[in-house]
Design a protein around this ligand. Structure first.
Ligand SMILES: NC(=O)c1ccc[n+]([C@@H]2O[C@H](COP(=O)([O-])OP(=O)(O)OC[C@H]3O[C@@H](n4cnc5c(N)ncnc54)[C@H](OP(=O)(O)O)[C@@H]3O)[C@@H](O)[C@H]2O)c1
Length: 233
């Protein structure tokens, strides 16, 4: 395992349960973290908790409009840093029967779960450490079979899986590597608005997932797992 000390990581969706644990784990390994999220209040709380400098956080409602994409890119470029690790930890579930979903529901979930995954790649590619770039995405174990009310969330994550695996093929010759975790239920605020989920005590711990994610990114470059399923036993 190579040393991670002094390298830079960017986390989108840093204010979520997985985002928070990833911040902690990267910091534990001596990595400088830079955080992007839609809530300025939560970002400032994170910065205070982890003793980050104001220039390490960026608040933007989205990264998928031309204007917000360019503002985010400008912020990244102004850091004058190169990034070795990039984690897309933003996402949202919406479990509804297809006949109760609106077009707006569809657009919003696809936007944050799928379109922003592409936008995030575009952003980070501009400021990557050349020949050494690890990009992490989170998909869902719910794809393993067809569930009622999972059409939208499942479609967004299935699209992400197709994108992430193809992306790896596109960028590997330039030292890029894509990690795609297919997670079972993780004990985060993700489930605050999801009825009928498994009991919290049976869920995976975000801290354990973060340890696995941050350990894996320092694996030798000739190692590649197209999909990594993690479920609770
Ligand atoms: N938890 C699980 O069981 C599980 C399982 C499989 C996959 N995943 C995936 O893992 C990723 C992280 O999930 P998590 O468990 O950490 O969830 P979480 O605690 O709910 O955090 C989600 C993060 O995404 C942000 N976010 C949500 N909707 C957004 C939007 N429309 N625009 C911008 N940011 C938005 C949230 O911002 P705010 O803090 O402002 O709300 C938060 O930072 C997601 O992609 C999720 O689908 C989670």
């Amino acid at each position: 395992m190579e040393s991670m000390i002094g390298k830079n990581a960017i986390i989108y969706g840093a204010t979520g349960g997985l985002g928070h644990s990833l911040c902690q784990e990267f910091i534990n390994r001596g990595v400088n973290v830079f955080l992007i999220a839609r809530s300025g209040t939560k970002l400032r709380e994170l910065a205070a908790e982890f003793k980050l400098k104001p220039f390490q956080i960026f608040n933007t409602k989205t990264i998928t409009t031309d204007q917000d994409y360019l503002k985010t890119l400008n912020w990244l470029k102004t850091r004058k840093k190169v990034f070795s690790y990039a984690v897309h930890a933003a996402g949202q579930g919406l479990m509804k029967n297809a006949f109760t979903l609106s077009l707006n529901d569809w657009t919003e979930i696809i936007d944050i779960n799928l379109t922003s995954s592409f936008a995030f790649f575009k952003l980070i590619w501009e400021v990557r450490e050349k020949n050494d770039m690890e990009l992490v995405y989170f998909s869902s174990a719910s794809l393993s079979k067809a569930w009622p009310k999972n059409g939208l969330y499942g479609a967004s994550k299935a699209g992400l899986e197709a994108f992430a695996q193809s992306l790896h093929q596109d960028i590997k010759s330039q030292g890029g590597r894509v990690w795609l975790y297919r997670l079972g239920s993780v004990d985060t605020p993700f489930f605050d608005n999801v009825p009928n989920h498994v009991p919290r005590e049976k869920m995976l711990s975000p801290r354990e997932i973060a340890k696995i994610v941050v350990t894996n990114v320092s694996m030798p470059k000739n190692t590649y797992f197209p999909v990594i399923p993690i479920v609770s036993d």
